[in-house]
Design a protein around this ligand. Structure first.
Ligand code: NAD
Ligand code: GLY
Length: 328
């Protein structure tokens, strides 16, 4: 399974290699972009697999970014009640995050990743050279998740990133960057595969990030952009609630901006409320918020969703007031 951008770049090389090893190939290509991570594409993929008479000894290979990986992974998790799958991630975001850890999903029109399964890939094959063909914007999106690992787990890595805040410099040390991120994720997933505790730290920036993706109907803001603005906003929130020291914000904003990532995105309170309502870190009326204890260490903080939303509304109305003051 691949998408229309990745197909001309890497499909032949991968399929020739598989054929050479004696495999029979059925392929499926989806339109590129987040709107393909949907139920309609999932049904088309299930039907293609069924028409190809897929069996339980076959495997799904996801060749592409996080969209292909999440969709193909969920199809693999569900077809015939689950068959093997292999991730070959070709974006920075997919190499450092989505291909590892076994979360698979599709989006619904009312929210991100609302239907999915934990389904571990049998293998993840990462070739950093595939990053050479990434457009700058897509590379930048992956940097949002790279920055996230530094924020939540590794202050030294975060400092390293701020001292090498250019694509060319990241590429010079790409194996170290990929390894550092995957190793942090490996540790968190091994400790908490099903997102009951520590793994939730990986969702730093995602609660509010999902509001931005939803606000743009998944077409205006990419996942990476939304996560970057979400990390900044959740840091502001942590500061407001006394959970995060005030000096944590500027370095994150500065680093995101250095890579061309947004540090804030306009969003209505309704979109925030919808995203908070759908957040998978919720239990009943409570949400487990992810805040920075300090740069390089995140913590989980349980609170009523209503308090979380109230704090967001105070933040945005404070910002509006400031904006009006500076205009007058
Ligand atoms: P994507 O899959 O849409 O890829 C971005 C763009 O890059 C697409 O246009 C794609 O065609 C193109 N592309 C891919 N590889 C390329 C290459 N080597 N050269 C040139 N172009 C290439 O987006 P993404 O940023 O990779 O992934 C975002 C998705 O990942 C979101 O849906 C997000 O929710 C999901 N995600 C999942 C997890 C998880 O744990 N499962 C974690 C983080 C993000
Ligand atoms: N990307 C968040 C997780 O895998 O848990």
């Amino acid at each position: 399974v691949t998408d229309e951008n990745v197909m001309p770049l890497y499909f032949e090389r991968v399929t020739e290699s598989l054929k050479g090893a004696g495999f029979q190939i059925f392929s499926h290509c989806i339109p590129a972009g987040e709107p393909s991570k949907c139920v309609d594409q999932l049904i088309a993929l299930w039907e293609k697999m069924s028409l190809g008479q897929i069996t339980r000894t076959d495997a799904v290979v996801a060749l592409g970014g996080g969209v292909v990986g999440d969709l193909a992974g969920f199809a693999a998790a569900t077809i015939l009640r689950g068959i093997d799958f292999i991730q070959i991630p070709t974006t920075l975001l997919a190499q450092v995050d989505s291909s590892v850890g076994g979360k698979t999903a599709v989006d619904l029109s009312v929210g991100k990743n609302l239907v999915g399964a934990f389904w571990q890939p049998k293998a993840v094959l990462i070739d950093p050279r595939t990053l050479e063909t990434l457009p700058n914007g897509t590379f930048r999106d992956g940097m949002a998740e790279v920055i996230k690992y530094g924020c939540i787990w590794d202050g030294i890595f975060l400092k390293y990133l701020s001292e090498h805040a250019k694509r060319s410099e990241i590429m010079e040390a790409i194996e170290l960057v990929l390894y550092t991120c995957c190793d942090i994720k490996r540790h968190l997933v091994e400790t908490d595969e099903h997102d009951a505790g520590l793994r939730k730290l990986l969702n730093f920036g995602h609660t509010l990030g999902h509001a931005y993706e939803l606000a743009g109907q998944y077409k205006i803001w990419t996942h990476g952009q939304a996560v970057a603005a979400g990390m900044c906003m959740e840091t502001r929130l942590g500061i407001q609630l006394g959970q995060t020291p005030p000096d944590a914000l500027e370095p994150i904003e500065h680093l995101c901006a250095s890579f061309g990532l947004p540090t804030s995105i306009p969003c209505s309170l309704e979109d925030y409320a919808t995203a908070i309502g759908h957040d998978k870190k919720s239990s009943g009326l409570n949400i487990t918020a992810v805040f920075l204890d300090h740069l390089g260490k995140a913590k989980l903080h349980d609170m009523p969703k209503s308090d979380y939303l109230l704090a967001v509304s105070k933040l945005i109305s404070g910002k509006e007031r400031k904006g009006k003051k500076s205009k007058s």
